[in-house]
Design a protein around this ligand. Sequence first.
Ligand code: NI
Length: 146
Amino acid sequence: MSTVVKVTRRVHWNSAHRLYRPDWSDDRNASVFGACSNPHWHGHNYEMDVTVSGPIDPETGYVMDMKALKDVLEERVVGDLDHRNLNVEVEWLEGLNPTTENLVVSIWDRIVNQLPEKVRLHRIVLWETPRNYVEYTGGDPAGDSA
Ligand code: NI
């Protein structure tokens, strides 16, 4: 039996976006997405908590080196999103309406296979504003993907 512990890294970036469907009129987009559908874009300061879980390595005392997690998040996520327009500048978001829900699932897919052996992506919490966040723990409808 090994002791499983969850560890979390918080990252921050800002991005511009617009919520809209190109197949809807501006009026319909405005009525569904409100101010977030402004055709001239707007920005958010995103905060994200990424939690991984795994056994404590008896040699290091770590579940995972936080520097390694920081590097994965920088290379796979933050470096692509920071000071960018999510609708037009990010290849892996192409064709996606950049709601926080869609973003968190795309971010999950970017990092879930980038972790060391024995370390599992447990949860991502993504804050779009200080008052709204979404949470994702993976897509397996059967429940725990462990
Ligand atoms: Ni917005």
